[in-house]
Design a protein. Structure first.
Length: 291
């Protein structure tokens, strides 16, 4: 269990913002912090990791106090057993992939996990190369492996896949799920990609101006009505065309373009660029706009 009760005055683009956060995350969950830029998501990560000190409050992880302002407890980042993956990879360019992983091994910890991670992340043929020779997807796999070298209790992912193209992103989403389950992690993700959130998240916390304004499953947060169906896919509307008494909605679902027949009431609030969920019931696809 992770318990956060934090207060911090932050400088936002619109001026001073008071972050006031109270949330609990069950061990083993994969949760997402969602919200506009400047809502306080990355600052929350930095406070949890010990890189930014809260003005007040406490952080407790698995019964251990990491931060307590009244009691003046503030563990260093090295004491917190957190793996942190950044959007820009943050690899050492002068080191090989194996050397990047070796550098991250804490003192007095057995380095045998490096070989395990190299195999698990399919980095064997890349381990003697340097980061500048790798693709974005390969660099991100290295960044994930390096975060796990420390055998963390918590994995923090700050929009780690946002700069990648859709096919690489989908493959790395599978890696993330495998890592989360294999190493029995508690994983916290920052993401704006609804497809990614639906695929990965057990729970979503929506932040606005430093406050949690909604929390629940992805369905509860983003879908305005309860839906059921055997297959659910998130996508983006590319085109809306009227054809006699119905509409044809063209949507991009991952890397595929699909067409769905929709009624007038289904498209009245829909426009090109909207995020939607396609739900199939007995081979009859239905379209729902996402919040």
């Amino acid at each position: 269990m992770i318990t956060l009760d934090l207060s911090k005055k932050l400088a936002a683009a619109t001026g001073a913002m008071q972050l006031r956060l109270q949330l609990s995350i069950e061990a083993g969950q994969l949760v997402t912090l969602y919200g506009k830029s400047g809502a306080g998501k990355t600052s929350t990560f930095r406070m949890l990791a010990g890189l930014l000190q809260p003005d007040d409050g406490r952080i407790e992880v698995a019964g251990q106090t990491w931060f307590d302002a009244p009691r003046k407890i503030n563990l260093t980042p090295q004491q917190r057993k957190i793996g942190y993956v950044f959007q820009d990879y943050a690899l050492f360019p002068n080191m090989t992939i194996r050397e990047n992983l070796q550098f991250a091994v804490p003192k007095n910890q057995n380095a045998k996990i490096i070989a395990e991670l190299i195999e698990f992340m399919e980095l064997g043929q890349l381990q003697n190369r340097k980061p500048l020779t790798l693709s974005g997807g390969q660099k991100q796999r290295v960044a994930l492996a390096r975060a796990l070298v420390q055998q963390p209790k918590i994995l923090l992912l700050d929009e780690p896949l946002s700069a990648l193209d859709s096919s690489i992103r989908l493959k790395l989403q599978d890696y993330l799920l495998q890592l989360h389950q294999h190493y029995e992690l508690t994983t916290i993700l920052i993401s704006h990609d609804l497809g990614e959130i639906f695929k990965l998240s057990d729970r979503v916390y929506q932040l606005e101006a430093g406050q949690i304004i909604a929390q629940g499953t992805p369905d509860e947060i983003f879908i305005q009505k309860k839906v059921s169906g055997k297959f659910k896919f998130t996508g983006e509307v590319l085109k809306i065309e009227k054809e006699e008494i119905v509409y044809i909605v063209t949507a991009l679902v991952h890397t595929n373009v699909v067409k769905v027949i929709a009624q007038t009431n289904e498209v009245k609030d829909l426009k090109v660029g909207d995020k939607v969920m396609l739900v199939s019931k007995a081979f009859n696809p239905m379209l729902y706009k996402l919040a």
